[in-house]
Design a protein around this ligand. Structure first.
Ligand SMILES: *[C@@H]1O[C@H](CO)[C@@H](O)[C@H](O)[C@H]1NC(C)=O
Ligand SMILES: *[C@@H]1O[C@H](CO)[C@@H](O)[C@H](O)[C@H]1NC(C)=O
Ligand SMILES: *[C@@H]1O[C@H](CO)[C@@H](O)[C@H](O)[C@H]1NC(C)=O
Ligand SMILES: *[C@@H]1O[C@H](CO)[C@@H](O)[C@H](O)[C@H]1NC(C)=O
Ligand SMILES: *[C@@H]1O[C@H](CO)[C@@H](O)[C@H](O)[C@H]1NC(C)=O
Ligand SMILES: *[C@@H]1O[C@H](CO)[C@@H](O)[C@H](O)[C@H]1NC(C)=O
Ligand SMILES: *[C@@H]1O[C@H](CO)[C@@H](O)[C@H](O)[C@H]1NC(C)=O
Ligand SMILES: *[C@@H]1O[C@H](CO)[C@@H](O)[C@H](O)[C@H]1NC(C)=O
Ligand SMILES: *[C@@H]1O[C@H](CO)[C@@H](O)[C@H](O)[C@H]1NC(C)=O
Ligand SMILES: *[C@@H]1O[C@H](CO)[C@@H](O)[C@H](O)[C@H]1NC(C)=O
Ligand SMILES: *[C@@H]1O[C@H](CO)[C@@H](O)[C@H](O)[C@H]1NC(C)=O
Ligand SMILES: *[C@@H]1O[C@H](CO)[C@@H](O)[C@H](O)[C@H]1NC(C)=O
Length: 504
């Protein structure tokens, strides 16, 4: 080692954050996914079992076929005009997203963002209102023996009907025998729902959601998991949290309080087992992506579209930094998970990262501050130089062999392994600055893939190549996730069954 290299080493270890108990890079971490931010699939949707009409949650996408016209309802022009009953096939303009008021009462959101509403003068249904009020509130009445056959009661108490293809009117007062000759009967085609925190909390309502989540928080992850994590050779956890944690115990509805207590517990357990904690803001106010794990209500994404929203998010970071600054287990604060381009612009993201970084530093110089790349971008280096300007900054990238057309044609184990060894290692090298700033972090990866195999050796090889390649990340990596009903997403299962082995 030359004298310059030696000096660099001393210099950089002096520059970099340091702490007594939190581990130092390389980090070998596991995500505590589906714990403090709900993702229904992680528990096989069982958390939603107690919700009435749980196939009609916020964000559920419905299409309606008029049985008399044999045509789909459509928001003319995608929104801003009338609802018609004249489409022979259904896609985006014919798809309506629910906002749930209670188990039978809803607003219907059209593609353009407006809501169905009753014009009480004309009696026709239009899609003009940009915020829903009483005129935009409808009831779904389902047939007992076939829940996909529905009628829709308008705010005037009458049922909608498609007398002609040219309009939908709220003027059908009679009972129904549910036959194909009743113009107030529609076949609802349910395209599926979101199963996130918003859906769970609003689906149960405050009292029941509080009960369900309290039980979930205290059973899904507990101190034994931290003992297992430490004994497996992992040295950190990445914990997704939602923005509402900052207003615990009384967050804005429908969110419920109590996740802060669970996070406090996690810090205590982490300290007991010398494990570092990465607090990861997974769901920002307004939602930074359309996925359920950003706690979006209906798949729309608004985060970062104005300064007030960015400021509110900075305050959430400030809250977390204040609360955990003194904990020796605090390894890092991740400012935002998976912001999605193009709705999240590069400018708003950099403004937020700068403000968020200083919000942390106002309280502590110790923890790393993690900045995620945007999803959906070609230039993976777009914030590389920017992030390098901040001492102790880390760039987070997520590497799955899924969620991209790149993998559509992969049919073999070897193709997947080669992709990691060649493409991912090159991608990682391209975002690794020689001067060590920012550090790099593969904050999510898994052994899920498109290959149909049950061969354990295949999975071991896939896990190993990912550990080898992501082991080059200068901050480290985190597996997604610790507990999951699906074995390939369940690191506890994978470690216990020898699919993943950690060198110690
Ligand atoms: C649902 O909300 C509507 C409108 O507020 C109300 O009339 C109805 O009674 C509620 N239904 C239930 C089951 O709570
Ligand atoms: C109802 O429709 C009439 C005729 O198109 C229109 O003049 C009126 O403004 C509408 N009312 C509301 C509340 O939008
Ligand atoms: C159902 O009601 C319609 C009128 O809406 C009537 O024409 C039809 O004969 C009825 N069908 C049955 C099976 O009762
Ligand atoms: C809350 O739970 C109780 C008991 O299971 C149930 O009777 C009630 O209907 C639930 N309330 C809602 C709004 O789901
Ligand atoms: C956001 O915060 C900055 C800095 O504190 C302040 O100058 C700005 O006025 C705030 N903007 C809004 C819309 O709250
Ligand atoms: C952290 O430690 C500082 C200095 O000892 C103290 O002023 C501050 O109140 C502590 N913060 C918390 C949240 O305990
Ligand atoms: C980063 O810092 C360099 C100087 O070190 C400066 O020229 C550049 O503008 C900064 N970039 C950003 C995006 O802040
Ligand atoms: C997948 O294979 C098909 C047929 O060979 C080809 O047209 C397509 O471009 C390939 N897709 C990708 C992402 O490579
Ligand atoms: C794996 O099996 C599923 C379901 O049987 C099938 O749809 C898929 O095409 C198969 N994938 C490969 C790569 O063979
Ligand atoms: C699993 O795959 C490996 C090669 O990756 C092969 O050597 C082994 O025989 C396979 N095991 C089974 C049970 O098919
Ligand atoms: C790790 O990085 C070094 C330097 O870029 C490279 O030579 C090596 O192949 C990488 N290892 C893996 C497993 O990707
Ligand atoms: C994950 O795997 C472990 C070990 O097999 C199992 O005990 C646990 O129940 C699994 N987690 C979930 C959520 O099913």
């Amino acid at each position: 080692m030359g004298i310059i290299a030696l000096l660099l080493l001393i210099f950089s270890s002096w520059l970099l954050p340091n702490s007594d108990a939190a581990p130092k890079p390389p980090i070998r971490a596991v995500n505590l996914g589906g714990w403090l931010v709900t993702e229904g699939w992680i528990q096989g949707f069982s958390l939603f079992d107690g919700i009435h009409n749980n196939d009609l949650l916020d964000g559920t996408q419905l299409q309606f076929l008029s049985v008399t016209q044999n045509r789909y309802l459509v928001a003319d022009g995608g929104g801003g005009g009338a609802i018609l009953a004249d489409r022979t096939s259904a896609s985006s303009w014919e798809t309506f997203r629910l906002w749930r008021i209670n188990e039978t009462t809803f607003n219907f959101r059209v593609n353009g963002g407006q809501f169905w509403g009753l014009n009480s003068t004309t009696g026709v249904v239009v899609a003009k209102a940009t915020t829903p009020g009483p005129s935009e509130t409808f009831q779904i009445v389902r047939r007992d023996t076939d829940k996909s056959r529905v009628r829709i009661r308008a705010p005037n108490g009458l049922f909608l009907q498609a007398k002609t293809m040219a309009s939908v009117t709220a003027d059908y007062g009679q009972n129904t025998n549910w036959s194909d000759s009743d113009p107030s009967v529609f076949v609802a085609n349910n395209l599926g729902s979101l199963y996130g925190e918003y859906q769970l909390c609003n689906g149960y309502g405050l009292a029941n959601a509080t009960q369900v989540l309290k039980k979930h928080w205290s059973t899904f992850i507990n101190e034994k998991d931290f003992s297992f994590i430490a004994s497996s050779g992992l040295n950190a956890v990445r914990i997704p949290v939602g923005w509402w944690i900052a207003s615990d115990p009384n967050p804005p509805l429908p969110f419920v309080g109590g996740s802060l207590q669970a996070l406090d517990n996690a810090f205590r357990w982490a300290q007991n087992y010398s494990i570092g904690v990465i607090v990861d803001l997974h769901a920002a106010p307004g939602s930074q992506n359309p996925y359920e794990h950003s706690a979006t209500r209906d798949g729309s994404q608004q985060w970062g579209t104005n300064d007030a929203n960015i400021n509110q998010t900075v305050q959430v970071i400030e809250f977390l930094a204040t609360r955990y600054a003194n904990s020796t287990a605090l390894l890092a604060i991740e400012l935002l998970n998976e912001p999605l381009a193009p709705v999240t612009t590069l400018d708003s993201l950099m403004k937020y990262y700068k403000d968020g970084y200083y919000a942390v530093r106002r309280h502590t110089s110790t923890p790393y501050v993690i900045m995620s790349n945007r999803l959906n971008i070609n230039n993976q280096s777009e914030i590389l130089q920017f992030a390098g300007n901040f001492t102790g900054a880390v760039l987070d990238v997520h590497y799955y062999n899924l969620f991209s057309s790149v993998f559509d044609n992969f049919t073999t184990v070897q193709q997947n392994i080669d992709f990691v060894r060649n493409n991912r290692s090159a991608e990682l090298a391209a975002i690794t600055n020689k001067n060590g700033s920012p550090l790099t972090f593969v904050g999510e990866w898994s052994v899920a893939w498109g290959v149909n195999t049950t061969n354990a050796t295949d999975y071991q090889r896939f896990a190993q190549v990912q550990q080898d390649v992501y082991g080059n990340a200068t901050f480290g990596w985190a597996y997604w996730t610790l507990q999951n009903v699906n074995a390939v997403w369940n690191m506890t299962y994978l470690i216990k069954n020898g699919v993943i082995t950690l060198k110690r």
